[in-house]
Design a protein around this ligand. Structure first.
Ligand code: GDP
Length: 422
């Protein structure tokens, strides 16, 4: 395999507008549904008197098999185009989707918004669009689906495109960030190949549009950040912190700083899978030996970075949060525990700056007295102990957090601005 860049793709849109069908279709068209699976279905289709092999029937059968507990391994949901490897980011329930995206568990680089061509914009269309924008997805492909249901009518398509365009502009997407395409996930058409039913459409197919997305910034090019999971002292070697490189690269003889402990030293060696390596990058789980730092001087929750661009210790920050669940209301003064990278720090929400309509992103109220489950808000936060956090725009991997209290995840959020500690 070549080294095509990797993209995480979210498929968003209102329930029943065709997201799963489209995922199945993309896997099928790119040759990612195993041949033997297709053969089996073809055979079964014939046996059951369905003359022609129908894609829809494959999808329905897959769903049925899932219910019967038979798993066919298309679970990984990966496919590739000429330029990219794509992984479909799962967004099953709305809440999980929000939580996963915001904590970075399934950070998407781009999204396909599926809109039923006969229904147009519905509640979750708006909600997902707003969330996608808030969570940093800047490129969107709008697949106007089920065009077969409206006889591939050009006027219907134009009407939906205009409606969606208005919504996207309101939420803050710019014209160059959005592409449209009329498709039928069920029958095919403008997905891998141009549809004969759309002589009025001369734009690219969906796969071409996917290929045309701009390349996401690689975490290798960002400053070095290694959140520390544990620190060991190994006799004959010295202090060995371990953690996963989130961004940047680390090499022997690098000068590094651990914050918020504010201890600096020099990297002597970097180990991965018990072997010394000349360098490590994003995704690598490493242990590294540092000269000049004692075992008790650094700890879990510290973040290691290069001394000339050390991890930011925050005095105060502004966060965009979504409240997932809370038994009552959140007011200023509330001090739950913020979980960011490997740290857990009690932080006080000192002010609720504004409350937004989660469906549109419009500001509903400035300085509200409280927020509750389902609300989206911008808040001012003061950590009770020194902690490292970065602006999500600068280092996304270090800008997200979950807020927990009483054994539950209360909210998820990201740091949109900060005041560093002097
Ligand atoms: P999801 O809830 O967004 O994942 O929607 P599904 O993929 O489960 O699709 C919902 C229903 O719409 C199913 O019955 C699909 O067979 C049907 N469907 C999906 N795409 C198309 C399409 O392009 N044309 C038609 N006619 N039906 C479709």
């Amino acid at each position: 395999a070549s080294d095509k860049p990797h993209m995480n793709l979210a498929i968003i849109g209102h329930v029943d507008h065709g997201k799963s069908t489209l995922v199945g279709r993309l896997l099928y068209e790119t040759g990612n549904v195993p041949e033997h699976v297709i053969e089996e279905y073809k055979k079964e289709a014939e046996e059951k008197g369905k003359g022609t092999f129908q894609f829809a029937w494959v999808m329905d059968s897959l769903a049925e098999e899932r219910e019967r507990g038979v798993t066919i391994d298309i679970a990984h949901k990966k496919f590739d185009t000429d330029k990219y490897y794509f992984t479909i980011v799962d967004c099953p329930g709305h809440r999980d989707f929000v939580k996963n995206m915001i904590t970075g568990a399934s950070q998407a680089d781009a999204a396909v918004l599926v809109v039923d061509g006969s229904e147009g914009i519905m509640a979750q269309t708006k909600e997902h669009v707003f969330l996608a924008k808030t969570l940093g997805i800047n490129e969107l492909i709008v697949a106007v689906n089920k065009m077969d249901n409206v006889d591939w009518n050009e006027d219907d398509y134009n009407k939906i495109e205009a409606e969606v365009d208005k919504l996207l502009k309101m939420v803050g997407f710019k014209p160059g960030e959005v592409q449209y395409v009329p498709i039928s996930a069920l029958e095919g058409g403008n997905i891998a190949e141009e549809s004969e039913n759309t002589p009025w459409y001369d734009g690219p197919t969906l796969l071409e549009e996917l290929d045309d997305l701009s390349r996401p910034e690689s975490p290798v090019d960002l400053p070095l950040r290694v959140p520390i999971q544990d620190v060991y002292s190994i006799s004959g070697i010295g202090t060995v912190p371990v953690g996963r490189v989130e961004t940047g690269e680390i090499r022997p003889s690098d000068k590094v700083t651990f914050n918020p402990s504010q201890k600096s030293g020099e990297v002597k060696s970097v180990e991965m899978h018990h072997e010394e390596v000349p360098k490590a990058g994003p995704g690598d789980n490493i242990g590294f030996n540092v000269r000049g730092i004692g075992k008790d001087e650094i700890r879990r929750g510290d973040v290691c970075g290069h001394s000339d661009n050390p991890p930011t210790i925050v005095d105060e920050f502004k966060a965009q949060i979504v409240v997932l669940q809370h038994p009552s209301a959140i007011t200023a003064g509330y001090t739950p525990v913020f979980h960011a990278h490997t740290s857990q720090v009690a932080c006080t929400i000192t002010n609720i700056d504004k409350k937004m309509d989660p469906k549109s992103g419009e500001v509903k109220e400035e300085n509200p007295d409280f927020i509750k489950a389902g609300d989206s808000a911008v808040v001012t936060v003061k950590p009770q102990r020194p902690m490292v956090l970065e602006k999500v725009k600068e280092i996304p991997q270090l800008g997200r957090f979950a807020i927990r209290d009483m054994g539950q995840t209360i909210a998820a959020g990201m740091c949109i601005d900060l005041t560093p500690r002097e």
